[in-house]
Design a protein around this ligand. Sequence first.
Ligand SMILES: NC(=O)c1ccc[n+]([C@@H]2O[C@H](COP(=O)([O-])OP(=O)(O)OC[C@H]3O[C@@H](n4cnc5c(N)ncnc54)[C@H](OP(=O)(O)O)[C@@H]3O)[C@@H](O)[C@H]2O)c1
Length: 383
Amino acid sequence: MNIACLGYGVVGKGVVEMFTNDSRINIKHILVRNLEECPLAVATLDIQDILNDESVDCVVEMMGGIDFPYHCIKESLLRGKHVVTSNKAVMAAHYEELLTLAKEHHVQLRLEASVGGGIPWIHSLLQQVRIGNVYRIEGIFNGTTNYIFDQMHTRHEEYSKILKEAQSLGYAESDPSSDVDGYDIQRKLMISSSIAYKTVVDMTKFTLASMRNIQLSDILYFEKYGFRCRYFATSFVEDGKYFGSVEPTLFEQTTQPACVSVNHNLTILYHDTLGVLQLVGQGAGRYPTANAVVQDILDVYEEKWSNIQMEKELTYDDSLSNTRLCICTSEEGLDVFDAYLVRKEQVGHRYYGWTMDLDNETKCQLVNEASKKDNSFFYAVVR
Ligand SMILES: NC(=O)c1ccc[n+]([C@@H]2O[C@H](COP(=O)([O-])OP(=O)(O)OC[C@H]3O[C@@H](n4cnc5c(N)ncnc54)[C@H](OP(=O)(O)O)[C@@H]3O)[C@@H](O)[C@H]2O)c1
């Protein structure tokens, strides 16, 4: 089978390397921005070389970004080429349109590497939705932020120091917003939830809380009560309605999420006959991610079709969620929550409060108000 690779970076190089001397797959083109990036003769600067080449069966998008990958994926599908992508940003932004286009043109659009890196998460979801219902998914979908929380707990260092270290290790980008403000996880939760519930979920409705205000003193406070903090995503369906959130969350130290170390991911699905399935592994990195892309390419080669469905109509419902919070703030921030607290404490200059169960609307209102009074306000859901 002839393939064309778009992008020759961390993931692209891994994929090309894994197909060296593999007689099943012939890499006909590699799209790069600069020919010096890639020493191979198949490198090209022009996407038209790929789109116009009728012998290319499958286009493998590994560039990142949204607009240009969208154009490349759409044009490939329109010309009857299968597409494999590792790009969650373009898929979350154009999920319904691109999958519909693939169906209409009788080609595959596969996206295993876009969520969970090397963990066969999308594969597991697609297998389980063939029979019965997945009604809840949750987990740790971002290795960079897990590394930050995990190392803050393990080594008792401040957020800024661990973030710099994550950047020097290549885990975090120089602008870390997409990781630490939750947008990367929001996109992964959108893709996973849409597949799990056979619909197209609206990710802008998810409750999203940044982790960037976490302080070492908060971590020490959580530990005093036997908790560890993780950046956790959850979505579930009930009676034709769904809810989703991405929030720092406290787990008792012996539980599975609390034990997910360094930059590993944890993905969990709840199914009405299987029960609970938990997968732990490398959510990023050259070879784990390339492995997921290669699995997708081989499935196209072996004519194994993935069947992503979108026919269910579900509505978003904020009132499905009730959560308890631990808030970390100033005296003014604490006052906002006063009527809802079951316990409060002061440690140095920081005030801590534990809330009763809050419905999501009340929670979001209180969080907004407290954040206005205290720009260092942080909260975690208590599980
Ligand atoms: N790295 C991971 O562990 C991982 C894990 C899961 C998913 N992903 C996803 O996989 C995708 C690729 O990630 P990556 O880490 O491999 O990124 P990367 O190292 O930055 O590689 C992307 C490559 O694509 C090239 N590129 C970008 N725009 C291009 C264009 N218009 N024409 C030609 N080449 C272009 C870039 O060239 P320039 O350097 O010149 O811009 C770069 O060489 C992203 O969507 C990412 O979210 C990555």
